[in-house]
Design a protein around this ligand. Structure first.
Ligand code: F6P
Length: 363
């Protein structure tokens, strides 16, 4: 009779629906009462129709759909204690003390803070007579489990995040399509790909599409990158290649920390090489569309494991995130991963790129 709710938060990613489905179905299988929280933390604060009981059928035919059918949002209200108080009351009134949060590091950090604050929130709710002491006693612990939904693969502690594989497929399909027209016209294409501060998508796409040059945040090019790229593209052309593909990750920069954009690259190629160059910014196409088989299966495994972890959690257990480690879905301490992820971001900001790569480790 445990109450469990699942919600998606922050930027969406392909495979989130498969994760929601797996959480819901495993929870029903284990005899829980399970809820959707719509529109992320905002729905938790607003309550009402945003928190709806789910059943077996409500997650039918969603495994193949991109985005998140329960919506996602960035929420200012939840950053304020007043908002979290409302959220706690909305959960208590429905008997929900188990949460699966599917999002990035910011969303997972928010969930952990909420959990830490839970007993003081309940004290306040008792004091202002919103809940009874019986309710306080019955629902005195909040358990949370995180799943990382992000196309960027920028979270420490997991080999892959939900959505990355699909985004990579999307990028590769686009570059393959571009390559045929580039070949016809002997053009150079500069492709801008997503990843926020993480070059995973860019570097993987570069390998898979035989790109000639790439710019990623973790390994900034020298300040003389203009000479280097021109030499490389010329070398490829003189070897008989009819086209060039250059990949620029968002967040790319040179070693002095100056941002490098697709426009900067095009300008150099136009002016120095006089190649016929074009820019394609893939944008949110990368985050849309149906999830790949890998992401569906990854999300199914992670979602089922998340529900199991919640059912086995005790008052003493630390919150976990479900990660992929050597093709196993495993539980790892949530805050250790969040802190490492934030340390990577800090190292990048301080231009300690080698430290960032080391800290990020295998993922
Ligand atoms: O984190 C996923 C991501 O798609 C990044 O790759 C990108 O920088 C960002 O989100 C875009 O955010 P928004 O959808 O808010 O424009």
């Amino acid at each position: 009779d445990k109450g469990l709710a699942v919600f998606t938060s922050g930027g969406d990613s392909q495979g989130m629906n498969a994760a929601v489905r797996a959480c819901v179905r495993m929870a029903i299988y284990l005899g829980c009462k399970v809820y959707f929280i719509r529109e992320g933390y905002q729905g938790m604060v607003d309550g009402g129709d945003c928190i709806q009981e789910a059943n077996w059928a409500s997650v039918s035919s969603i495994i193949h759909r991109g985005g998140t059918i329960i919506g996602s949002a960035r929420c200012q209200d939840f950053r304020e204690r007043q908002g979290r108080l409302k959220a706690a009351n909305n959960l208590i009134q429905r008997g929900i003390t188990n949460l699966v949060v599917i999002g990035g590091d910011g969303s997972l950090t928010g969930a952990n803070l909420f959990r830490q604050e839970w007993s003081s929130l309940l004290d306040e709710l008792v004091q202002n007579k919103t809940i009874t002491t019986e309710q306080q006693e019955k629902f005195n612990v909040l358990h949370i489990v995180g799943l990382v939904g992000s196309i960027d693969n920028d979270f420490c502690g997991t080999d892959m995040t939900i959505g990355t594989d699909t985004a990579l497929h999307r990028i590769i399909e686009a570059i393959d399509a571009i390559s045929s027209t580039a070949y016809s016209h002997q053009r150079t294409f500069i492709m801008e790909v997503m990843g926020r501060h993480c070059g995973y998508l860019a570097i993987s796409a570069a390998i898979a599409t035989e790109a000639d040059f790439m710019f990623i945040p973790e390994e900034p090019v020298s300040v003389n990158w203009q000479d280097e790229i021109c030499a490389k593209l010329l070398q490829e052309r003189s070897a008989g290649q009819r086209l060039n593909i250059v990949i620029v990750a968002e967040g790319a920069m040179d070693r002095e920390g100056h941002p490098i954009t697709a426009e900067d690259v095009k300008k150099v190629i136009d002016e120095r090489l006089k190649h016929d160059a074009r820019i394609t910014v893939l944008g949110h196409v990368q985050r849309g569309g149906n999830p790949s088989a890998f992401d569906r299966i990854l999300a199914c495994r992670m979602g089922a494991e998340a529900t199991l972890a919640l059912m086995e959690a005790t008052k003493e257990s630390v919150p976990v995130v479900i990660s992929l480690d050597g093709n196993q879905a495993v539980r790892v301490p949530l805050m250790e991963c969040v802190e490492r992820t934030q340390a990577v971001a800090k190292a990048m900001k301080e231009k300690r790129w080698a430290d960032a790569v080391k800290l990020r480790g295998r993922s």
